[in-house]
Design a protein around this ligand. Structure first.
Ligand SMILES: Cc1cc2nc3c(=O)[nH]c(=O)nc-3n(C[C@H](O)[C@H](O)[C@H](O)COP(=O)(O)O)c2cc1C
Length: 166
């Protein structure tokens, strides 16, 4: 059981806590799947910024191709207005309907516990629309629970890796 695991970080701010969560969960999934680590294992949207709206931008087009090629995606965003960030949505609007062929895990970081279901209610349907298999619950991380992230990510990976494997 092995797979390419790619993290997509949809936070407009670079090196955010969302980024850390995505890296941590992707690393745990690689461990659980027996997949090698790689320097090319994430697509960070922060440095791309408004370029995601430029359909002539070849760097963004290349990042879309990497997303299409991934076998397991960890797609992470801060919770913005009870859903995901607009930056992430603008980037994913470049992925054709049904174009993803692997699996995906939606991940939200948020400050409000009453928005925990947003990951399953709003984020999972977006990834399914793009074609990804979404066999897991989404992961909603409360800011107040970030201290337990390592254990949370390891437990999530141990529980779900075999459902995400190609
Ligand atoms: C524009 C904006 C909208 C937000 N909306 C929500 C929200 O609806 N629900 C929530 O729980 N947190 C909301 N937050 C808080 C962020 O989700 C929270 O600060 C997040 O943990 C930040 O992640 P980061 O440290 O990776 O940037 C919002 C923050 C911003 C900047």
């Amino acid at each position: 059981m092995s797979a390419t695991v790619l993290a997509v970080i949809g936070n407009p701010r670079p090196e955010s806590r969302t980024h850390h969560i995505a890296r941590t969960l992707a690393a745990e999934l690689r461990r659980a799947l027996g997949a090698p680590a790689s320097d090319l294992d994430e697509v960070d949207l922060a440095p791309l910024g408004s370029r995601v709206l430029d359909y002539d931008d070849t760097t963004v087009a290349h990042e879309v191709e990497r997303v299409l090629a991934a076998e397991v995606l960890v797609v992470a965003s801060p919770t913005y207005k009870a859903t995901y960030s607009g930056l992430l949505k603008a980037f994913l609007d470049r992925v054709g309907t049904g174009a993803l062929t692997g699996s995906a895990v939606p991940v939200l970081l948020g400050g409000a516990p009453n928005h925990a279901l947003a990951v399953d209610a709003h984020f999972t349907p977006l990834l399914a629309e793009l074609g990804a298999a979404t066999p897991t619950r989404g992961l909603f991380v409360l800011e107040s629970q970030l201290g337990a992230l390592d254990q949370t990510a390891a437990a999530f990976a141990d529980r779900w890796a075999r459902w995400l494997a190609p």
